[in-house]
Design a binder for this molecule. Structure first.
Ligand code: DX5
Ligand code: ZN
Length: 221
């Protein structure tokens, strides 16, 4: 299993986004997690495509775009054009999952579905063949710096079991409260892509923090 760190830029210093994200990449992060929030699907507003498009020409990282917005089908073209490598939508936010997956795949990019803590794995079972990744939220989406919900680990394990049963090969991502203390549980349950915001981005420590996660991966079997 390949383990991937996807630092969430929500915790970066937006006055020096290029510098901060480059530090995370120097520490070994291959992905950057880009949290788009609309103030409707979640009770917070972050930024949209016009912000991260400026990062695209200065970063070789894989752009993992997590859309916490209502009816994301309205903006998929914009998010693709701004440089997303993967688009992750919430199943609770749209009736158009198949059409979005088709559009993302037609552009040669990866498609993922996220589930909020209250949404069971079974809710997206029929869509799993369309998924390159599933995202199990380990906090209520909306804010960085919240506590990890260990009670989401059975859901991670359920997605791993479904992958086996259905003969699929999607990645499993966890997002929220991931730290050097909590990541082991998530890996043991079957996650292989780890979002971490507040545990990575800290002034002067970002590169070192990212590297500590990469070192930690070596302890997983
Ligand atoms: C929460 C976001 C997360 C958040 C993670 O809604 O989806 O990506 O930035 O932040 P930490 O790692 O601080 O919990
Ligand atoms: Zn996120």
């Amino acid at each position: 299993m390949k383990y991937i760190l996807s630092p969430s830029i929500l915790s970066a210093d937006f006055s020096k986004l290029a510098e901060d994200t480059a530090s995370a990449v120097r520490g070994g992060a291959e992905w950057l997690h880009i949290d788009v929030m609309d103030g409707a699907f979640v009770p917070n507003i972050s930024f949209g495509a016009p912000v991260y498009k400026w990062l695209r020409p200065v970063s070789d990282a894989f752009f993992d775009v997590h859309l916490m917005i209502d009816r994301p089908e309205r903006y998929i073209d914009d998010f693709l054009k701004a440089g997303a490598d993967l688009i992750c939508i919430h199943c609770e936010a749209t009736q158009e999952i198949e059409a979005i997956a088709e559009k993302v795949h037609a552009a040669g990019k990866l498609f993922a579905i996220a589930v909020k803590p209250a949404t069971p794995a079974e809710a997206i079972k029929e869509y799993l063949p369309l998924c390159d990744m599933v995202l199990v939220m380990t906090v209520e989406p909306g804010f960085g710096g919240q506590s990890f919900m260990a009670n989401m680990m059975p859901k991670v394990a359920k997605f791993r079991a479904l992958r086996e049963d259905l003969g699929l090969d999607y990645m499993i991502q966890v997002d929220g409260g991931i730290s050097l203390q909590t990541i082991g549980d998530a890996a043991a349950a079957g996650a292989n892509v780890f979002v971490a915001g507040s545990a990575v981005f800290k002034p002067g420590e970002t590169e070192k923090n990212a590297r500590a996660f990469i070192e930690k991966f070596k302890t997983f079997k």
